[in-house]
Design a protein around this ligand. Structure first.
Ligand SMILES: Cc1cc2nc3c(=O)[nH]c(=O)nc-3n(C[C@H](O)[C@H](O)[C@H](O)COP(=O)(O)O)c2cc1C
Length: 312
């Protein structure tokens, strides 16, 4: 079974993906594919920093699937064409973003009930698929109710998709609360496309549990679990958990790569620090409360580095 790395805006940009694949790839722990945070249209234009990320030279050592978020066929077409002209051959469409401003505009999870727009997008997808572009979608079950997908499942099934990734929550839940696993089983049985599971996979055992409960899955996708435990895929592949020493050694190697990258590409201590601090947002359990606090409080790079040195 494949394991994909989920997109997380602000976390899984090109430097994280690049150094994750570099450090963990040597022990079978790179993701089969890394999905980029979504590329979106802002003030009628594609957001340039999203585009830079999708086209970054740091994408050279791993398989990258750029994701787009679109509210209609026009946005879908603009963003897809840009990425295809930049050399991408597979595009993921976001139908799961729960942020109210996006949902209200009909993007992300807001697209789930919008049949007409979905039909238009499906038409465009068919044309572009004939030209060789592959598509996937990443979706939730609905905005408020976990059965909202049912109404448009025929449209989703009519799209030329390689797979559908499902995060079995509704937008109203954002990123916490019970996963709707029974409804997930329903959507798996109704989708004619291969299905990928995404949600709350934190340990190798979590992956095994989902894989055995849903044996037809072609892959799982890990987001926060991979940020909290970047060795997750390597451990799962090896079939045994790493001891803490090994986890920390690799984690620090990953951090070194990311740190060196930001130190040489960003200007000014404040900018570098704010970017580096986010690296630790999901790692408190691994490095402890005291170190996490010291990292958050650091106002200079020497203070930050001192906090990092205490990790062992
Ligand atoms: C801070 C943050 C940013 C996210 N950005 C994206 C995004 O750009 N595109 C997307 O499809 N999902 C995004 N997600 C959702 C994740 O990809 C994933 O579906 C969700 O976190 C559940 O999976 P997990 O429990 O493995 O993290 C984001 C989630 C978080 C917490």
């Amino acid at each position: 079974m494949k394991i994909f790395a989920a997109p997380l805006q602000g976390y899984t940009e090109a430097p994280f993906r690049h150094f994750h694949a570099g450090v963990y790839g040597t022990c079978g722990g790179a993701a089969h594919a890394y999905y980029t945070p979504f590329l979106r249209v802002e003030h009628g234009e594609p957001r340039s920093r999203d585009l830079r990320d999708a086209l970054s030279p740091l994408n050279d050592n791993h398989t990258v699937v750029p994701q787009i978020i679109a509210r209609d066929a026009a946005e879908f077409s603009m963003l897809t064409d840009l990425l295809v002209s930049g050399g991408h051959t597979t595009i993921d469409m976001n139908m799961g973003c729960p942020f109210p401003p996006q949902v209200r505009k009909g993007r992300g999870a807001g697209l789930i009930p919008r049949r007409e727009q979905l039909l238009n997008i499906a038409d465009l997808m068919h044309g572009k698929a004939e030209g060789g572009t592959k598509f996937t979608i990443k979706m939730r079950l609905g905005i408020d109710r976990p059965d909202e997908w049912i109404e448009n499942i025929d449209v989703i099934n009519s799209m030329p998709l390689t797979h559908v990734t499902v995060h079995p929550r509704v937008a109203r839940q954002q990123y916490s609360g019970e996963l709707y696993l029974c409804e997930f089983a329903d959507i798996v049985s109704r989708l004619t496309h291969p299905v990928v599971f995404n949600g709350d996979l934190r340990t190798p055992a979590d992956i095994d549990t989902i894989a055995s409960r849903f044996p037809t899955l072609v892959a799982v996708m890990a987001g926060r679990g991979l940020l909290a435990r970047p060795s997750l895929i390597a451990e799962w592949r090896e079939g045994r958990e790493w001891d803490r020493d090994k986890r920390i050694r690799h984690l620090l190697a990953l951090h070194d790569g990311v740190r060196q990258h930001y130190e040489t590409t960003l200007c000014g201590e404040t900018q570098i620090l704010s970017k580096l601090k986010t690296f630790w947002d999901y790692l408190e359990e691994e490095i402890g409360h005291k170190t996490t606090k010291a990292i958050r409080k650091a106002t200079t790079l020497p203070h930050y580095n001192q906090a990092i040195t205490s990790i062992h």
